[in-house]
Ligand binder design. Structure first.
Ligand SMILES: [Fe+2]
Ligand SMILES: [Fe+2]
Length: 162
């Protein structure tokens, strides 16, 4: 089973603060990101439960499914760079996969537009500091999909009063 690096922060907030400051990711950073991306499924599913209509719930759940796919793609990056098998953890053993208790409103959706857009910026920076071309391409693919997540969050804002 994949284990969170010993240096990993305890809380999801601290983990994001660490990861958002990384320019050239170490393998431990990539492992931490596997756990964070995997926790995105839980976070989006939790948020989707409070969606005011089905269309918004569908958009949020689509993002969540892709966050887990991002975790799988990062596992491929780790295998490409090190040969190590580091599959995404199940939610039950992921300390970051905790429901936030937040309900869908304009403020959280606007936060997500900004955070997902920032996610693409981060993956682009990581890709540009990754010498292995295949690993860099995988990181860029995750980034492109974070833009799609920002677009879905923006669509959800438009559907708030629909
Ligand atoms: Fe992601
Ligand atoms: Fe995302």
């Amino acid at each position: 089973m994949s284990r969170l690096p010993a240096s990993a922060p305890d809380s999801v907030g601290a983990a994001f603060a660490h990861i958002n400051a990384v320019v050239s990711p170490t393998i431990d950073d990539l492992k931490l990101m596997v756990f964070l991306e995997a926790s995105g499924l839980t976070a989006y599913e939790d948020l989707a439960r409070s969606a005011p209509n089905a269309a918004i719930g569908d958009l949020l759940r689509a993002n969540g499914r892709e966050e887990l796919a991002h975790a799988h793609r990062l596992s491929k990056v780790i295998r490409q760079l090190t040969g190590e098998d580091f599959p995404p953890p199940d939610a039950g053993v992921n300390p970051y996969a905790t429901p936030s208790g937040r309900a869908v409103d304009r403020q959280i959706l606007e936060y997500l537009v900004a955070a997902e857009t920032g996610g693409n910026d981060l993956y682009e920076i990581w890709a540009s500091h990754t010498a292995d071309a295949e690993a860099a391409a995988l990181l860029r693919q995750n980034g492109k999909e974070e833009i799609r997540h920002a677009e879905r969050a923006a669509q959800a804002i438009a559907l708030l009063d629909a």
